[in-house]
Design a protein. Sequence first.
Length: 167
Amino acid sequence: MKLKYDNDFWRFSLTVYSQNEVAKECLALQDTLCIDVNILLFCAWVGTRAVALNREDIERASGAVTTWYEKVVCPLRAVRKITKTLSPDKKFAAAIEALEIKSEQIEQAILFDFSRQLQSLPANRKPYDAVAENVNEYIEMKAQASLSLNSKLSARRLIDAAKCLLS
């Protein structure tokens, strides 16, 4: 499988994630609900294409990257966090962080490749609506899986940032 690392999804993610408070919001969801931020961003990106995903679509997307996410991304994240506090060598810590980001880019390339399977889905919503529906569906799935009763969990800033790209 030849993956395209610099793709529309990756560029969308870099733009949206850099918006005010989006990273903080996404990381809070990651810490609270074990959200895969790349899946969250994928849901928003697909929504900008006017496609609303159902639970099965999101589960298939997640399944496409589960092994990579669990065996590569998460361990690198753990090493980065430990290195940040233990390593006096800033260059080493920066190299670990760069490796983690590259692993995230590879995960996104896998998701971008997976998105071809979704091309048969019709543009069935207005992009503004599809972004919110997709993101909220994924959060709800993760909240149910973690038995979280916190109904205030949302990704409002991510949704707003993605919608701004549509303007």
